[in-house]
Write a protein that binds this ligand. Structure first.
Ligand SMILES: NC(=O)c1ccc[n+]([C@@H]2O[C@H](COP(=O)([O-])OP(=O)(O)OC[C@H]3O[C@@H](n4cnc5c(N)ncnc54)[C@H](OP(=O)(O)O)[C@@H]3O)[C@@H](O)[C@H]2O)c1
Length: 371
């Protein structure tokens, strides 16, 4: 490439970087903020985990707060179980800081925590025809660590009778992320070689099973203590990251689904086939990348895109009824089983988040809420 051709390329790249940063800020704003919903009080109180300032799990409190009524398009769920995701500690710490554009700069705008939920519908808004009181559902609801949560009816589906509330609560964020990462971003095809980095965590345990259900040849990357678990989920090959580095191996993969983000893009490309796809799901702990977190990678990807044959992409999972039903079906037909590591009562959410923050959960961490 000579000096004459380099300038327009650089110009175009900067324009694209500016566009991607703008898109990421908007996405963070959308992803991390709760829509402003006018609150109607029921006159009753309920227990919920709340946080009034950003920080470690020490900022979490179990408080009596108003039990709010659903608005027209919402349902009020009596929570039976919830599950923890790294998303929770992102909200709790307010990191990466870029997300505070949506969640509040000095202190959190929304004080409740938790996303995944399963439970029984207690009330439906006047415009909701799909559900009725008494229906057992699962999905997402902002502030699910509480005795009740209200959420859009579009964020939940009926819970299959064959699965428990705990199993159902384990599904939404991790399951949908794995499904959309493999199907929509990875576009995996039967017979393809797929590597799941971080195969033993919340997303990974779903991803191994979903990739197998889609007919892929699956390699899972985990530590020694999780080898048997990952094999039991159907992985054809397991790489123990404490002994071997997948990015230095001789094998080449059609798709890499990366839940850990501990190798550079070029190291990942090294073990991708010529037109393979690298899908970044996430990675890092509460003390990593405090300003933009995993959002740096798509920017680096833009720089590299003109020069590489492989596709490198990032997912921002979007919960929707269709995909929750796909997962419910995979579970009912026994192609996928949610893996539950530990369960904690509502009062012990701080301990649950502390455990998740260590980054070594084996499947999902579930919160149970007494009837
Ligand atoms: N983009 C999205 O829309 C989206 C959605 C959901 C989640 N995420 C992100 O995806 C990431 C994974 O989420 P998660 O729910 O699966 O988290 P998680 O359950 O906390 O993941 C923990 C797992 O990571 C494994 N792990 C840690 N270091 C590893 C390494 N060096 N190599 C391989 N595995 C390693 C651990 O296994 P060992 O104990 O054996 O170390 C553990 O089983 C997080 O960063 C999360 O924020 C993104």
């Amino acid at each position: 490439m000579n000096a004459l051709s380099a300038r327009p390329l650089l110009k175009r790249t900067w324009v694209r970087i500016a566009l991607v940063i703008l898109a990421l800020i908007l996405a963070a704003r959308w992803f991390f903020s709760s829509p402003p919903v006018p609150a109607r009080k029921s006159g009753q109180q309920m227990d919920a985990i709340v946080y009034h300032k950003y920080g470690s799990p020490d900022v979490l409190r179990l408080e009596h707060i108003d039990k709010l009524l659903p608005n027209d398009s919402q349902v009020l769920i009596k929570v039976r179980a919830a599950s923890a995701n790294p998303l929770d500690w992102h909200f709790m710490h307010g990191t990466p800081y870029i997300m505070r554009i949506g969640t509040g700069f000095g202190k959190p705008k929304a004080i409740r925590l938790g996303a995944d939920v399963s439970g029984v519908i207690e009330l439906v808004g006047s415009a909701v025809t799909q559900f009725k009181p008494g229906d057992e559902v699962f999905g997402t609801g902002g502030g699910s660590y509480g005795q009740y949560v209200r959420t859009s009816f579009k964020d939940v589906v009926l819970k299959p009778a064959s699965i428990s509330f705990e199993q159902a609560a384990a599904i939404p964020v991790a399951g949908v992320t794995a499904l959309q990462g493999l199907r929509d971003k990875g576009k995996i095809q039967k017979g393809q070689k797929v590597l799941i980095n971080g195969a033993s965590g919340g997303v990974g345990t779903f991803a191994v099973q979903i990739a197998k259900a889609m007919g892929a040849e699956v390699t899972g990357v985990c530590s020694t203590k999780n080898i048997e678990l990952v094999k039991s989920l159907g992985a054809d090959h397991v790489i123990d990251y404490t002994k071997d580095d997948y990015s230095k191996g001789a094998e080449h993969y059609d798709v890499i689904l990366d839940n850990v983000g501990n190798h550079s893009l070029s190291e990942n490309r090294h073990v991708l086939v010529k037109h393979g796809t690298y899908v970044l799901i996430g990675g890092g702990g509460p003390n990593d990348g405090k300003w933009v977190g995993p959002l740096l990678r798509p920017i680096a990807e833009l720089f590299q895109r003109p020069f590489v044959s492989q596709r490198q992409t990032m997912l921002l999972a979007q919960i929707n009824q269709a995909d929750l039903n796909v997962l419910a079906n995979l579970i009912e037909t026994k192609k996928v089983t949610p893996v539950i590591d530990r369960t904690y009562p509502l009062s012990e959410v701080p301990a649950a988040i502390r455990y998740l923050e260590e980054g070594h959960a084996k499947g999902k961490v579930v919160i149970t809420v007494r009837r």
